[in-house]
Design a protein around this ligand. Structure first.
Ligand SMILES: Nc1ncnc2c1ncn2[C@@H]1O[C@H](COP(=O)(O)OP(=O)(O)O)[C@@H](O)[C@H]1O
Ligand SMILES: CC(=O)N[C@@H](CCC(=O)OP(=O)(O)O)C(=O)O
Length: 297
């Protein structure tokens, strides 16, 4: 009996692998930008699982590019230092003292934790920030927000060079300014969208701590057009941290990213579920004008 169960498990595993073939073929060489949000990071085990998915993506011929957040980790350090933060439309009001903590935590602690996790799974990750090779040059987003950056110039050749050399870029959303000596705190979603747009990525996956974008009844909306997203922001259904996420999605799609998916990064193997199975995951946003294959579900 036990042997029969084991046989069934192995058969199911083989079937899953076999069913992944068309997706593996479709995504060969595809550039997939994955935004790994602070709330999606979880414990060491969850981090290892995420890292394993990224390494698998690379192994099967895709070009994963990780852009991360780290809001909760910044909050923790600011609290230790007794620095208070205010939020406006999902973005942290960032003064001089705050931007120093943001850079220290994002480019240091969080970036290197992800790099290490990927390398532990046999990948070759290299951590950089938006400052390296002037990858992301910013202007102030809004005077009310202080040193919060809006990307105005993208130089993504460094990212292409890294993935072209077999490496997995891991990017912290900290940027240089148009003027000398400026440092900007960039919302992780905004940074991921700008990088995906400049790379003309095939997919942008925004990993977060909810199953997707929810409607008024709390149900996940599996597919949305830009017009539908605008309506949900207008009527307040989309609020807080989800606003920069969907705004990023809209901008990225406009800039040529084929599709953006907002999904729950805490679900085991979230990226693989979205990319390699019939099921798909989360909420997909794409322009109705973009020619893509029908949604797989
Ligand atoms: N319509 C909506 N659907 C889903 N989540 C929403 C919606 N409106 C607001 N949210 C909030 O947005 C949060 C995700 O944004 P955020 O906390 O900034 O995530 P992350 O740290 O992963 O970037 C969700 O946890 C949820 O509380
Ligand atoms: C301007 C702004 O809000 N920057 C974010 C950057 C980190 C981030 O985006 O982290 P999550 O993805 O984990 O939310 C912050 O200071 O928290």
């Amino acid at each position: 009996m036990r042997k029969q169960t084991m046989d069934r498990d192995w058969i199911a595993t083989a079937k899953t692998l076999s069913e992944a073939l068309p997706y593996l073929q479709r995504y060969t060489g595809a550039v997939v930008v994955v935004k790994f949000g602070g709330n999606a990071m979880g414990d060491d085990e969850a981090m290892a699982e995420f890292a394993r998915d990224v390494v698998l993506m690379k192994q099967v011929g895709m070009n994963p590019v990780v852009v991360h957040g780290g809001g909760p980790m910044i909050n923790e350090m600011l609290a230790k230092l007794g620095i208070k933060s205010d939020w406006v439309r999902g973005k942290r009001v960032t003064d001089k003292a705050t931007v120093e903590v943001v850079e220290m935590i994002l480019s240091g602690l969080v970036n290197k934790r992800i790099v290490q996790a990927i390398n532990d799974q046999g990948g070759r990750a290299v951590g950089i920030s938006g400052k390296d090779d002037d990858l992301m040059v910013c202007e102030a987003d809004d005077p009310e927000l202080g040193f919060v950056g809006k990307p105005v110039e993208m130089n993504v050749q460094i990212v292409r060079d890294l993935y072209g050399a077999g490496l997995i870029p891991v990017i912290a959303p900290v940027a240089t300014g148009v003027n000398d000596n400026e440092t900007f705190n960039v919302n992780g979603d905004t940074a991921a969208g700008a990088i995906a747009g400049a790379l003309q990525a095939d997919r942008l996956l925004l990993l977060t701590d909810v199953a997707g974008v929810k409607n008024k009844a709390g149900e996940v909306i599996t597919q949305m057009s830009p017009d539908e997203v605008h309506a949900l922001i207008e009527d307040g259904t989309i609020s807080g941290g989800m606003i920069p996420k969907v705004e990023t999605a809209l901008k990225a799609v406009k800039e040529g990213v084929r599709a953006v998916v907002i999904l729950d990064g805490r679900v085991p193997n979230a990226c693989l579920l979205e990319l390699f199975t019939e099921h798909g995951a989360g909420s997909m946003i794409r322009s109705t004008l973009t020619r893509v294959k029908p949604r797989r579900r």
